[in-house]
Design a protein around this ligand. Structure first.
Ligand code: SDX
Length: 436
């Protein structure tokens, strides 16, 4: 995509330099500082990269102020209504929605790469009972590098294609096997006659003594949930994938790093934390007490599922998921008191100046747990669901990064430690560091 350019002037210590300003296709502007250190000796400081763009990307566009999310230019609410998750996976990775033939070829590639190597199946026996499925998932995905041909920048396009499909397909199998293992049931193998989402539900819930009825409503809902989680530009886990991948680490280790980053409660782990928090508030009964805690600077308590680094308007994904709660729970006749509580919390918070002033709205994680509960997904698998959905996004960013032949990620720092000391008369370890 062509970008337009402008420029900015930087004055420092009597010097004046002109820096290019890159203007993206949707108008976002970036100050290009790639020559700044060479010309001025200055670096920038931006903890958490709140104001820093790490790359150029054509995959996903978010307008946080307007609550806009588009994958390859297509709005998220159109995608959830018109196509399936496999189409969106293809769109993210290849740049366009698949034709009929491309879709058939892609589905068959996913099927051909859905079986986990039998020797890897025995790894599950070594995990202790109660091991969190996210830890199992990142371990198993890392181990894939020992069982499948390495995939890195030197791999042929055809092998990259197959390996990306393998990640999107086998990781789904690993997730279902981890669940079966955790409940002591025999694993259920993937089937070529089932769609991506139906296959996952069948691997999760089918059993030799209790054949699972694959409900079309559950398959539809899972497609929607996977689509809304499929990508989100340079979030923490995708940044981890790009950073690890920039060292030319193989694809599996790169994806394992994304899974690990996603497991954090401030990131993908929030969907499990939301349900745990709703249950705690439900049992306590005093919503206002917890909202006061969330606002109290001296209290580490935060309202999980609220706030976002980019969205300063309602997260469009949260809106889709909240509407699905209504639809699915009504269709299945489920009455979940935690949904009523979640709605009450949202209504209260949205009238509270603390949250209004900080543009804190529900994010994608606030309502998803209600739906996973309704589908029979156990809480410790909620973040695994997020990881499965995010696989095409991570794979798409990895491919974009290796095709851009990006430099290895290696930021600078500002050192504020001790100046040079000699052995024997180094300053007392309690000496104050330089005043920052
Ligand atoms: C995801 O990046 C992505 O795109 C991520 C994601 C994706 O699809 O990949 O969208 C998925 O990770 C969603 C976020 C899930 N996490 C949570 O729901 C955890 C709870 N939310 C927060 O911890 C927080 O809002 C973050 C981590 C999501 C965003 O943190 P920021 O951008 O660093 O914002 P901040 O911590 O600087 O907060 C700004 C202010 C602070 O108050 P002041 O210091 O200005 O007075 O808002 C307050 C914060 O204390 N605040 C909250 C709050 N979130 C922010 N106060 C109470 N409850 C909260 N949830």
């Amino acid at each position: 995509m062509m970008t337009k350019k402008s420029e900015a002037t930087l004055k420092f210590e009597g010097k004046e330099i002109t820096l290019p300003v890159i203007i993206g296709t949707e108008g976002d502007k970036g100050l290009d500082i790639s020559q700044m250190r060479k010309e001025t000796g200055l670096v920038t400081i931006d903890p958490g990269f709140v104001n820093t763009a790490s790359c150029f990307s054509q995959i996903t566009y978010i307008d946080g102020e307007k609550g806009i999310l588009r994958y390859r230019g297509i709005p998220i609410n159109e995608l959830v209504e018109k196509v399936a998750f496999v189409d969106v996976a293809y769109l993210l990775v290849h740049g366009t929605l698949p034709t009929e033939k491309e879709r058939m070829d892609f589905s068959s590639l996913l099927n051909r790469n859905s079986l986990l190597h039998e020797d890897m199946r025995h790894f599950f026996d070594s995990f202790p009972q109660g091991a969190h499925p996210m830890h199992i998932l990142s371990t198993m995905v890392n181990a894939m590098a020992a069982f499948y041909p390495s995939v890195d920048v030197s791999t042929t396009a055809r092998d990259i294609e197959r390996s990306c499909a393998r990640v999107i397909s086998i990781v789904r199998t690993i997730a279902a096997f981890a669940y079966k293992k955790s409940i002591g049931e025999p694993i259920v193998y993937p089937r070529h006659d089932l769609s991506y989402c139906a296959n996952f539900l069948n691997m999760m819930f089918d059993s030799p003594v209790r054949p699972y009825h694959i409900s079309p409503e559950a398959v539809r809902l899972l497609n929607v949930l996977f689509i809304v989680h499929a990508d989100h530009e340079q979030n923490c886990s995708t940044t981890a994938v790009r950073a690890i991948g920039s060292a030319q680490v193989n694809l599996y280790a790169t994806i394992a790093a994304g899974i690990s980053a996603l497991s954090g409660p401030l990131h993908g782990g929030a969907n499990q934390a939301v349900i745990e928090q709703l249950r705690m508030i439900y049992n306590d009964g005093d919503i206002d007490k917890f909202i006061r805690k969330a606002k109290d600077k001296n209290d580490p308590f935060r309202l999980m599922g609220f706030g976002h680094r980019v969205y300063k308007a309602y997260d469009p994904r949260a809106e889709i998921v909240r509407n699905e709660c209504e639809k699915y729970l009504t269709a299945t006749g489920i009455n979940d008191p935690l949904l009523d509580l979640a709605r009450k919390i949202e209504d209260t918070v949205r009238k509270d100046s603390y949250f209004i002033d900080r543009h804190l709205y529900p994010n994608v994680d606030f309502y998803t747990g209600i739906l996973y509960r309704a589908m029979g997904i156990p809480e410790n698998m909620f973040t695994v669901m997020f990881a499965l959905a995010r696989l095409p996004g991570w794979v798409a960013h990895w491919r974009e990064m290796i095709s851009d032949s990006t430099k290895i990620v290696r930021p600078r720092q500002i050192y504020v430690g001790r100046t040079q000391q000699e052995v024997g008369n180094e300053l007392d370890s309690r000496s104050p560091a330089l005043l920052i």
